[in-house]
Design a protein around this ligand. Structure first.
Ligand SMILES: Cc1cc2nc3c(=O)[nH]c(=O)nc-3n(C[C@H](O)[C@H](O)[C@H](O)COP(=O)(O)OP(=O)(O)OC[C@H]3O[C@@H](n4cnc5c(N)ncnc54)[C@H](O)[C@@H]3O)c2cc1C
Length: 408
C-alpha cells in the first residue's frame, strides 16, 4: 500500500513546491477575504475568481489547472481559517457531472457562463438522459432535436430526473439524426429548465419522497450555442458525464474511517448491547472490513483521478457502494428489532438532496435505488468484465456490437 494513501497532502513530509505555492496563495486570499466577515455567497464568488474553487478547473474558470490531488491542501488552509467547506450535496449533479463535462467539451464562452454559478451553488443542475424506453440502453433514446435556424427544437419525454424541480439547467441527450446508427445519431445540449415547453412532474418513490421527476419537453427551443461537443458526438460527451457520475456516486470524496452507512451501524452496535447476537456480530465485522476496503479503494481511485479522467474503475466503486449500502442498511434494520418495522415519516416531499442521515429504515428503503441509479449493477458488472478484466465481450442484443467496441 502506498505510504500516502490516507492523505493526499503527504502528511509528515515537507510539502512539494507546487503545494507550498498553493498554500501561500490561499493564505494571501484569506488575508484579503475574511471568511467570518464576508457573506457566504460573496466569499464563494471571490474564491472562484481567485482560481481557488477547484484547483484542477482551468485557469480563468475557477481553477489553476493544477493536479486534482492538490485540492486537499487548499481545503486544509480554508478550514484552518474557519471557511465553510464546500457542501458536495448542494449541487450534486452540477458539481459531480456537469462541471467535468463542461470542462472537457465546453467552449470558453460556455465555461464562462456556467461554471461559476454552478460552483457557488447559485444554479442547480439535473441530468435528462433516461427515458421510459431507454435506461441501460441509453443510446436507444427517442427524444428528438431538430435544427431550426440558430436553435434546436426538442420534443420528447425524460424520466427519473433527479432534482429537475430545483434545477436551472439540464444536461440533455437527444437524437439529432434518426437515420444514423443509434450511437452516432445523438447530440448533447444544455437546456434551460425554465424555458417554455419544459414541464416537470414529481414521481413519488418507495421512501415517500419525490427526489426525481418526469420531464416533458414540448417544442422546447435550445440555442445552438448551448450544444456541448459536435453534432452527432453526443454519445462521446455522455460517456464523460456517466463515468464522472459513477465516481461521484461511488467514491466522490475522502472520508474518515467508519463514516457513512457503516458508521451508523457501528454506532447502533455500541449503543444497544442488549440487541447483540453472535450472528449479527459476525456479519457486522465482515461488513466493517468490506467498508474499509471500499474506502481505501476509493482513495486509490481518487489518486488515479488526480492523474486524469475517471476510467471504468469508477464502475467498481459504484457497484461496491450499492451492494454495501444495501447490506449494511439491512443489517441495521434487523439489529433494530421491532423498531426496524417503524418508519419515521412517509410525507410526500421534494427534497433538495438525499439525506442518508435520516434513519435506518429510510436508509434501507432509499438504498434499493443505489443499484439502479447511475447505471444498474448488472451494467457495472458488464463494464468491469469487459473493460477492466478484458473478458470476452457479450454481443449486445440490440446492436450485436460488443460493449468494448462502442464509442466511449
Ligand atoms: C434514485 C434514482 C435516481 C435517478 N436519477 C436519474 C437522473 O437524474 N437522470 C437520469 O437520466 N436517470 C436517472 N435515473 C435512471 C437510471 O439511470 C436508470 O433507471 C438506469 O440506468 C436503469 O435504466 P431502466 O430503469 O430503464 O432499467 P432497464 O435498462 O430497463 O433495466 C431493467 C433490468 O434489466 C437489466 N439489464 C438491462 N440491460 C442489461 C444488459 N445488457 N445486461 C444485463 N442486464 C441488463 C438491468 O440491470 C435491470 O435490472 C435514476 C434512477 C434512480 C433509481
Amino acid at each position: 500500500m502506498n505510504g500516502d494513501m490516507d492523505n493526499d497532502t503527504n502528511a509528515g513530509q515537507a510539502p512539494q513546491p507546487e503545494e507550498q505555492e498553493l498554500r501561500e496563495r490561499v493564505r494571501a486570499f484569506l488575508a484579503e477575504h475574511d471568511p467570518a466577515g464576508t457573506p457566504r455567497d460573496q466569499f464563494a464568488s471571490a474564491r472562484f475568481d481567485a482560481g481557488l474553487a477547484a484547483v484542477h478547473y482551468p485557469r480563468g474558470h475557477g481553477g489553476l489547472g493544477l493536479p486534482r490531488s492538490l485540492q486537499a491542501a487548499a481545503e486544509e488552509e480554508f478550514a484552518k481559517a474557519g471557511a465553510a467547506p464546500l457542501d458536495p450535496l448542494r449541487n450534486v449533479i452540477g458539481l459531480g457531472m456537469a462541471a467535468p463535462t463542461i470542462i472537457a467539451f465546453g467552449t470558453e464562452e460556455q465555461k464562462r457562463r456556467w461554471l461559476r454559478p454552478l460552483w457557488t451553488g447559485e444554479e442547480v443542475w439535473c441530468q435528462l438522459f433516461s427515458e421510459p424506453g431507454a435506461g441501460s440502453d441509453l443510446a436507444g433514446l427517442a427524444t428528438r432535436a431538430v435544427r431550426d435556424g440558430e436553435d434546436w427544437v426538442v420534443n420528447g419525454q425524460k424520466v427519473w430526473t433527479s432534482l429537475a424541480h430545483r434545477a436551472r439547467w439540464g444536461l440533455l441527450l437527444a437524437r439529432t439524426d434518426p437515420d444514423a446508427p443509434k450511437h452516432a445519431g445523438l447530440s448533447y445540449f444544455v437546456v434551460d429548465m425554465r424555458a417554455p415547453g419544459v414541464e416537470v412532474r414529481p414521481l413519488r418513490q418507495l421512501t415517500g419522497e419525490a427526489e426525481f421527476n418526469e420531464v416533458f419537453l414540448t417544442d422546447v427551443r435550445i440555442p445552438d450555442s448551448h450544444r456541448l461537443g459536435g453534432v452527432g458526438e453526443g454519445w462521446r460527451v455522455a460517456q464523460t458525464t456517466l463515468m464522472n457520475e459513477r465516481v461521484s456516486i461511488g467514491s466522490s470524496r475522502s472520508v474518515p474511517r467508519e463514516t457513512g452507512g457503516i458508521g451508523y451501524a457501528a454506532a447502533a452496535w455500541r449503543a444497544h448491547p442488549g440487541r447483540r447476537t453472535h450472528d449479527l456480530h459476525q456479519r457486522l465485522l465482515r461488513l466493517w472490513a468490506e467498508a474499509e476496503v471500499a474506502r481505501l479503494a476509493g482513495e486509490r481511485l481518487r489518486q488515479l483521478l488526480a492523474a486524469g479522467e475517471p476510467g471504468p474503475e469508477g464502475s467498481a466503486a459504484k457497484l461496491t457502494f450499492a451492494r454495501l449500502n444495501q447490506e449494511i442498511s439491512a443489517w441495521e434494520v434487523e439489529f433494530a428489532g421491532s423498531d426496524g418495522l417503524r418508519y419515521d415519516d412517509w410525507t410526500m416531499r421534494r427534497p433538495e438532496f438525499t439525506d442518508y442521515g435520516r434513519g435506518p429504515v429510510y436508509r434501507y428503503l432509499r438504498s434499493r435505488g443505489n443499484s439502479i441509479e447511475g447505471g444498474t449493477s448488472e451494467i457495472m458488472r458488464n463494464i468491469i468484465a469487459e473493460r477492466v478484466l478484458g473478458l470476452p465481450a457479450e454481443p449486445r442484443a440490440d446492436t450485436g456490437v460488443p460493449w468494448k467496441d462502442l464509442p466511449r
